[in-house]
Design a protein around this ligand. Structure first.
Ligand SMILES: [Zn+2]
Length: 456
């Protein structure tokens, strides 16, 4: 019997959130109702949020005023969520270049700024207001809740870790508070040698998590380790996977060794986009917070919505970000469109998936131990202000070449260079490491920008 859990959920956590002035809990209750609303009613809600967003963006940002004016559009021309397609796509390059012109001159002001790397390796800055953050938090609690991750449970986070020097003092304090209140245990999933994986298994036995939140690749490596050595000594623990694509054989191994896998999809620019319910058949999108489109660009430049079963580009409109609107942002991922069929779980939120374009390569340290390539993806957020692009290549002899395109001039500051070297020494010990400053990074033969390349 876990007596602490109901107390935490009913009293402590809401008080803690209120103290931080975050209305996450009432918003979460709202979302737990709307997820079962008739789809028509959900669409009305979404259209209302879109109208408010466009009105605000037109009145208070130079970027969207110019964009609508050029096309002879007025805010009144946007009546339904589908009308968002009257605006052009916002690609990564424009997202970067337009940051000041998209920042609104009227309240609500920017409360959060962060630099993100995405899967493409090209950093962008994202800004948003406090309300948008509350929606993001509530959407995450709702989506994770479908897997059983509720406020107050013991959660093991088997995730990529940011180096302490980047996190900074205040963030470490915040993590300490979160651990205290919500009972989270964080373990870095990047090292995948025998000793590290043994330690994770011991942590599961000792900590007895109700739920595990993991990088898909990290969870898969852990599951294979448990499977090969027959180490399972627990009942089902649901595993929320994210950050990388969850492959079918990996899902099966996770289910055999840990518990049911609930795949999630998000990106740092908008956080959680979709998550699986207990039926594990596609991800329900958070349509109260986002308009999620899947778009196909035909040869000749014609654009259209993907048909059911077809794969297209993920396009996102961040409905509650009034401080720095992001409308029809192309985040670089590909996803499969699904027919609009009601899910037997009873939730009416439309589903997407599977998601493609998030498979990351595995690197090897000097001794041949595998290391998840996402470790450098995380680091990019830290060097994002000094680099406009980068790529990590591991040669056949295991040496690592870190190519960087400096944002300004021909060098990067010593502090950032040192961070990279520390990261390489920590995660890839014994592998020779060189930094190469270059003017551009060529795309793969398929035209994709790849962050991590392993030569075979
Ligand atoms: Zn469902």
């Amino acid at each position: 019997m876990d007596l602490y859990r109901p107390v935490l959920a009913k009293a402590l956590f809401p008080a803690f959130e209120a103290w931080r002035r975050r209305p996450t809990v009432p918003l979460l209750r709202f979302l737990q109702e709307t997820e079962r609303w008739p789809l028509e009613r959900l669409r009305d809600l979404q259209a209302g949020f879109l109208r408010r967003l466009i009105r605000h963006a037109y009145r208070h940002t130079a970027h969207y005023r110019a964009l609508l004016d050029e096309r002879g559009l007025r805010p009144e021309d946007f009546q339904t969520a589908a009308d968002v397609a009257k605006l052009p796509l916002l690609d990564r390059a424009t997202l970067r270049a337009s940051i000041e012109a998209r920042t609104a001159t009227a309240p609500p002001g920017v409360a959060i700024r962060k630099t993100t790397s995405g899967s493409s390796g090209e950093p962008v800055q994202v800004r948003y207001n406090a309300e948008s953050r509350h929606w993001r938090d509530a959407v995450r609690w709702r989506g994770y809740g479908w897997a059983g991750y509720e406020i107050g449970v013991r959660a093991l986070h088997y995730w990529g870790a940011m180096p302490g020097e980047i996190l900074g003092w205040w963030k470490q304090r915040k993590i300490a508070a979160d651990r205290l209140f919500k009972r989270d245990l964080y373990i870095d999933c990047t090292p995948r040698d025998e000793r590290s994986l043994t330690e994770v298994v011991e942590a599961i036995r000792r900590f007895r998590p109700h739920v595990i939140v993991a990088y898909a690749g990290g969870a898969a490596a852990l599951a294979r380790f448990i499977y090969d050595r027959k180490l399972r000594a627990w009942d089902d623990i649901p595993v929320l996977t994210g950050a990388e694509r969850l492959l079918k054989p990996d899902r099966e191994t996770i289910e055999a060794t840990l518990g049911p896998a609930f795949d999630t999809y998000g990106c740092r620019e908008v956080m959680l986009i979709g998550s699986e319910c207990e039926l594990h058949d596609g991800m329900h999108t958070a349509m109260e917070n986002l308009i999620v489109e899947i778009v196909v660009r035909e040869p000749g430049g014609v654009m259209r919505a993907a048909r059911p079963g077809e794969t297209g580009e993920v396009v996102l409109t961040d409905l509650h970000n009034l401080a720095c609107p992001m409308i029809r942002y192309v985040n670089g991922d590909l996803a499969t469109q699904r027919a609009e069929q009601p899910c037997p779980c009873g939730r009416t939120l439309p589903r997407i998936g599977p998601i493609e374009g998030r498979v990351t390569e595995t690197l090897y340290d000097g001794a041949g131990n595998p290391v998840g390539g996402l470790v450098f993806n995380i680091l990019l957020a830290a060097i994002g202000n000094v680099a406009s692009n980068f790529q990590v290549t591991q040669r056949k002899d295991r040496s690592i070449v870190f190519k960087i395109v400096p944002s300004e001039g021909e060098r990067i500051p010593e502090r950032e260079e040192q961070l990279l070297r520390n990261q390489a020494a920590r995660y890839l010990p014994g592998a020779p490491f060189v930094i190469e400053l270059v003017k551009e990074i060529p795309l793969s033969p398929a035209g994709k920008r790849r962050v991590v390349v392993v030569e075979k």
